[in-house]
Design a protein around this ligand. Sequence first.
Ligand code: BGP
Length: 482
Amino acid sequence: GCCVASPWKEEPVKKFPEDFLFGAGSAAYQVEGAWNEDGKGESIWDDFMHNKPWLMIAQDGSSGDVASDSYHNLERDIQIIRELGLDSYRFSISWPRLLPSGFPDQVNEAAIQYYNNLINELLKHNIEPIVTIYHWDLSKSLQDLGGWTNPNIAQWYEDYARIVFDNFSDRVKLWLTINEPNEICYLGYGHVLEAPALNASGIADYLCAKNLVIAHARAYHLYTSQYKPLHGGRVGIVFSANWHVPLNSDSEADKLADKLHFQSKFGIYANPIFGYGGFPKEYSERVAEKSAAQGFPRSRLPEFSEEEKHFVLGSYDFMGVNHYTGQLVTAENVPEYAVPSLLDDTGADLITLNEWKQSTSPWIKWMPNSLYNQLLELGNLYPGVDFYITENGWSGSTGLVDDDRVDYLRSCLQQCLDAVADGVRLKGYYTWSLMDSFEWAFGYDARFGLYEIDFEDPKRPHTPRKSALVYKHIIKTRTIDY
Ligand code: BGP
């Protein structure tokens, strides 16, 4: 392992390393708006919001049609990014904005222009762009061909990534191929919580998982062979990793449930790329057993050929980690706590404690030290790997005096410092999010922004919350003072 908690540290590290990147993030569908302007194609999120609004958790009739209106307000966004003093800004490129048909037969010049302006403005002010190539807004035309369940998507994604690299890799040096495979596959293909709401749990989510890691590896190898020699950038992928511990640490059943839970949410995507290759062993065995018991002639979990395993393994320069919360995991069925969608193949139940502070997002509670614990676990699992916290934030106060968000931000940054002191190779931290934005199934009910947005009139200047001022101070001094 790489990292040990050392409570006897003489002098706790108080300062972030000089090259540590402080950032904030956004995603195209959540902020851009302009959903059908300047030749943009339709995405699965446009389709989901327009045609299946009853599946949203927030029944407020909202959508990302206008969102934070960033497509029309680039200067305003740059202004707040500068005001905060960010070292780096994370945003995503919209696949259907760049390629209206989903394929590179026609490249949308207006999209190139928009992203060029954004990148150039950032660089002009010494702000490092980190670009997510895919943050959930798949072209509807590609979903009509099966989307992430179709193995051909690896080729479609590579073709799209090539257009992205051709246009932007002379200036963008940090790349994130795909944001949160678990949320894409599990919530979108296994369930109805995200687009395309396919609801084919245990089948479509597993096809998605395999195709997605291969697509990621295609983009990685494309960049590494053709663009890296010219521009020297780095490519990673973003996983969601929320902390997990067995409810009863003496119970073998709870320990197994915890392991299977972590493998199902994280390992099936991370192990093929960062681990020993292919899907994790225990989880593969579990799905094979369950499939046999259910009368399937083969496991529902697809396999990787040796060639595929080899192609995918090691296809990274770093790992991006999105972290918000944590749970206790048990093999017992505890009906009053059960989250039904999580029972699937693991049979694990997730429990949170009443004393943990609840955010406005039902799934986010403040579990003490979860980020530190998660970073240490990852550091030990993957020694030598560089990490970025690509998302971390608090859904809470809508007002300007957001003390809850301030406390969470300070605590999480302190946990990052502690993890760095204990040897984790953490290179940067991106708060979620720069400004209030359209929060997927939660619409505008969940507010994560350091800057407040008036969604009635998104063109109005964004107002900094207290958390923005606190973050600005931390970035400037590179220390957290209380
Ligand atoms: C992550 C996504 C982000 C962001 C965040 C908040 O899963 O990558 O895009 O939205 O979660 O989550 P939510 O809005 O679903 O509460």
